[in-house]
Design a protein around this ligand. Structure first.
Ligand code: FMN
Length: 196
């Protein structure tokens, strides 16, 4: 059992200290994605993005959070929409390249076309092609909600690349986690109240 003492609850940070806030937020582990779109000349542009989540199954909606300073952001809000590729274990170099400001970064990232003509990361364990459904300004970021029009692959045995505490991380073998058995009923249920 975890006991939270009054002392630890009083151990708070200064919310104007960006570094401290990032450290606390960074304790929420996530996967890592690369978001891609097209510029006016049809070239692939994009960025690394850990702020991704599934929002709705019906209709199929996902969400990304993008810094307003991102050069990619305006290209994600055009009629051609955007794609989200989930990175797999071993894709740290792709994450670093897409997360850089290198002008030619997608010359160094392996891409492949989807049936609909978007370009996603070759071998990604999961990818989603989206039309822009809505966006919301949120402080120094914009939240983009995408309606998924194409997704795949149907099957993948690649483990996801994880990000935690400002570092890349990897999943333990899921079979050793005792909670897996408890969740199996929920994850295979198909009722209206099914969570992902
Ligand atoms: C692991 C990782 C996760 C990131 N997650 C996000 C994110 O969720 N949202 C965001 O706006 N930027 C995120 N970034 C930063 C952008 O990828 C980075 O600022 C990039 O240079 C933006 O490129 P652009 O200006 O060409 O769009 C992340 C970077 C890394 C390496």
């Amino acid at each position: 059992m975890v006991r939270v003492t009054l002392e630890s609850m009083n151990d708070t940070i200064d919310l104007t200290d960006n570094r401290a806030l990032r450290d606390v937020l960074g304790r929420f582990g996530t996967g890592v994605c690369v978001v891609t779109g097209r510029d006016d000349d049809g070239n692939t542009v994009g960025m690394t993005c850990q702020s991704f989540m599934g929002v709705s199954l019906d209709p199929p909606l996902v969400l990304i959070s993008v810094m307003k300073t991102s050069r990619t952001l305006p290209h994600l809000k055009t009629s051609s929409g955007f794609a989200v590729s989930v990175l797999g274990e071993g894709d740290e170099a792709i994450s670093a390249m897409a997360g850089s400001k290198a002008p030619d970064k997608f010359d160094h990232v392996p891409l492949c076309p989807t049936e609909g003509g978007h370009r996603v990361i070759d071998g990604a364990p999961a990818w989603f092609v989206c039309g822009l459904e809505a966006w919301v300004e949120a402080g120094d970021h914009e939240l983009l909600i995408g309606r998924v029009v194409e997704a795949g692959p149907a099957v993948s045995d690649r483990r996801p690349l994880m990000f935690h505490d400002s570092r890349y991380a990897s999943l333990l073998d899921e079979s050793v986690l005792p909670v897996a058995a408890d969740l199996s009923g929920l994850l295979t249920a198909t009722g209206a109240d099914t969570w992902f």
